[in-house]
Design a protein around this ligand. Structure first.
Ligand code: ADP
Ligand code: MG
Length: 693
């Protein structure tokens, strides 16, 4: 079977190459068939040598007129020089360090070549062009005279090689590929069959072929993905959950217990959650709200509702810093003497000592603790909740679907609220969270300062330092953010540690400078963060551990070094750390993007502070896989399908998936067996809980 036959069975793939394939994620024949080109080059037009243009990438043909070999005087490289003649003109082609080519190019033989034309001392020449011998006229070409696939490769593997291998593989195994899309659906949307699609996505005869092949394969990916998501939702909401009762007066009491007025958006979402929690089936809701929009209060409302009904709740955050912050905030709210009075909260993070932890476990089990706040420590197997009825997952994109399911199992089908500060474009939201109801806080609390974002290049450090000093002089605080602290990256990154020393002793010597980075001990990070929050530190040099949730309203300026190395969503998150108070914030990006994508990204972040707009652009620029990191959510199952650019395909696939589940909720009909099988194969973790239940 192609799904378990090793690629080593393909001609030309030995043990060494097999390792390289494995590196590319290719183990079996099937993986290779589904290993798609990154782009294509149109090499269909053959240009007579007399008409070639210097500076252009062109395809030519010609006979070998003469050839020679020499050593380069300076670099000592072996040089093969071949002159080709096509009757209209001559061109010299040069290859380095491939002495075997001197035997390959024989005088009088015809070749087709593709490369960049240039001129050297009045001679036309091509450096290292792609080449292929021309034999009969009807010969099938792989590397030229066609639309040529360009694959994403790894070191040690060339385009010529992979083309040969994919071609051999298609020729030999295409007939073993089975089509899993139901025929009526295929007919309804005029979709190619899978064999034709695979052939054309590798070796299209026209760009129309290629796009039809892509449409078909994307459709299939979306279709199965949506089925898995819908099945999961169906499975969860049919269960019996807890019905929470809350009087209007109690809700109002909660809303009015804060020193500020809740935004209309916060109140709307609180209503939605109250409504969901009232139902005797489990809530499955996604809460989206930009950084600083006040999601915490909404989450706390759920905890309050659970508490008033005599149950337990929990909040799971992606980092210890965030868990501590939630814990701190909630403790303060409880201390105000408002409706939360009497609520007992526990913090569970991995740095807590064994003894203390065991004690907390006991209290959770007995029901003494009402709200548990922590990192993934809260889904530890040893924890038994007495009666968990409401669970919050903060920053879901840091967790996977598995953790979500594990949290759900801590209670009898608790209501689940998933929160994200990374706004998700609608298209991606359907794709990733098609199983969730969605609430959006689309409004920031009034009275916040504006954020100004400016872009600087590397040479403009002094200007940036000056702006930072101005803010510090006014009593504000600053962040300096660096991409990483890692030995291997040290050569080309100014590591945070070095700059910290530099700032402390030179540039900002009259201020108090602190440092946090990902490799510090948790306690040390905590204490630096605490000092910063309490104003004992003016300026914090940090790596991206800052990314989510840190709340220091007095911080008004953030400098992001090497801004081009961050993703858009990440930059937006970082920027959300400032302008949380009444003062205006300044986000100063230092970066020199050396490609179009990087430039686009930085322009996007400068031009808007709207998180949804930024997310949409990120999706367009980089595609869905990059959005959260590749291996989340089964997104890696979407190899070519892109919700950003294929919304119509996504929507039709979703429609058909829905219909299918409606007609046959358990996929037990005879002609759905194949689909059932595919789903279990492709999305095993998604469905693990279904099988267990
Ligand atoms: P996020 O949505 O990023 O999690 P938080 O819940 O951390 O935002 O809220 C950010 C800050 O705004 C907190 O200090 C919080 O107390 C405050 N806040 C929340 N809601 C309001 C409001 N309606 N008016 C004023 N400040 C608010
Ligand atoms: Mg938050």
């Amino acid at each position: 079977m192609i799904s378990n036959t090793s690629v080593q069975y393909i001609k030309g793939v030995g043990p060494a190459k097999k390792k390289l394939f494995n590196k590319l994620g290719i183990e079996h024949i099937e993986d290779l068939l589904y290993f798609f080109p990154r782009r294509y080059e149109d090499r269909r037009t053959i240009t007579p040598i007399s008409k070639v243009q210097s500076g252009e990438w062109q395809t030519i043909t010609g006979r070998v007129l003469n050839l020679g070999a020499r050593r380069s005087y300076y670099t000592k490289k072996h040089v093969t020089e071949v002159t080709f003649d096509d009757g209209t003109g001559r061109i010299r082609c040069v290859w380095f360090n491939q002495p075997y080519l001197n035997k390959y190019f024989k005088t009088g033989k015809r070749f087709i070549l593709y490369g960049k034309i240039d001129t050297y001392k009045n001679y036309l020449q091509m450096i290292s062009p792609e080449y292929e011998e021309l034999q009969a006229d009807d010969q099938e070409h792989l590397h030229s005279n066609r639309i040529v696939p360009i694959y994403p490769l790894t070191r040690g593997m060339g385009q010529r090689y992979i083309r040969k291998v994919t071609k051999t593989c298609l020729d030999k195994y295409i007939d073993e590929v089975h089509d899993h899309l139901p025929v009526p659906i295929r007919n309804k949307y005029h979709l190619y069959n899978i064999r034709r699609s695979l052939l054309f996505i590798h070796y299209p005869e026209s760009f129309d072929d290629q796009s039809e092949a892509l449409r078909r394969i994307s459709f299939e990916e979306f279709f199965f993905y949506q089925i898995s998501i819908l099945l999961r939702r169906q499975f969860i909401v049919q269960k019996k959950g807890m019905a929470h009762q809350l009087k209007d007066a109690q809700v109002l009491g909660f809303i009015h217990s804060f020193p500020f007025i809740l935004t209309a958006a916060q109140i709307k979402v609180i209503r939605e959650i109250r409504q969901d929690m009232r139902e005797p089936k489990p809530m499955l809701r996604l809460l989206q709200g930009d950084v600083g929009s006040g999601k915490t209060i909404v989450a706390v409302f759920g905890c309050f509702n659970s508490y008033m009904n005599g149950h337990q709740s929990c909040i799971m955050a992606p980092t210890e810093i965030l868990a501590r912050q939630h814990y701190h905030n909630l403790t303060q709210m409880i201390g105000c003497g408002g409706p939360l009075t009497g609520m007992r909260v526990a913090l569970l993070v991995s740095s807590i000592k064994r003894k203390e932890r065991d004690a907390v476990y006991k209290q959770i089990e007995s029901g003494d603790i009402h709200v548990v706040i922590g990192t993934h420590a809260v889904i530890n197997e040893e924890i038994e909740f007495n009666d968990l009825s409401f669970a919050v997952i903060d920053e879901q994109h840091k967790f996977g679907v598995r953790q979500r399911a594990m949290l759900g199992e801590k209670g009898t089908n608790p209501d689940i609220l998933i929160m994200t500060a990374t706004p998700i474009p609608r298209t991606l939201c359907i794709t990733l969270y098609g199983d969730l109801d969605v609430s959006i806080i689309d409004q920031l609390p009034a009275g916040r300062g504006q954020i100004h974002t400016q872009l600087y290049s590397d040479g403009q450090n002094q200007e940036v330092y000056q702006l930072v000093k101005e803010q510090l002089q006014q009593g504000r605080q600053a962040y300096f953010v660096y991409p990483l602290v890692e030995e291997s990256e040290r050569l080309d990154l100014k590591a945070a540690e070095d700059m910290y020393q530099h700032f402390k002793s030179k540039v900002f010597q009259s201020y108090r400078v602190g440092l946090v980075h990902g490799q510090m001990k948790s306690q040390d990070t905590q204490s630096v963060m605490r000092d910063y929050k309490e104003g004992k530190i003016d300026m914090l040099v940090a790596t991206t551990v800052l990314e989510v949730g840190i709340d220091v309203p007095n911080a008004t300026v953030m400098v992001i070094e090497h801004a081009e190395r961050f993703g858009l969503a990440q930059l937006h998150q970082l920027r959300g750390r400032i302008g949380r108070g009444i003062h205006d914030g300044y986000c100063l990006l230092i970066g020199d993007p050396n490609n179009a994508e990087g430039t686009k990204r930085l322009q996007a972040i400068v031009s808007t502070t709207n998180g949804f707009e930024i997310a949409r652009q990120d999706l367009l620029i980089r595609g869905p896989g990059c959005f959260f990191g590749r291996h989340q959510h089964g997104l890696s199952e979407l190899r070519v399908a892109n919700p950003a650019t294929q919304l119509d395909v996504l929507e039709t696939a979703r429609k058909e998936a829905k219909q299918l589940i409606e007609d046959d909720p358990t996929l037990s009909q005879q002609d759905h067996q194949d689909i059932n099988h595919v789903i279990h194969q492709r999305y095993p973790t998604f469905l693990a809980n279904i099988q267990a239940g």
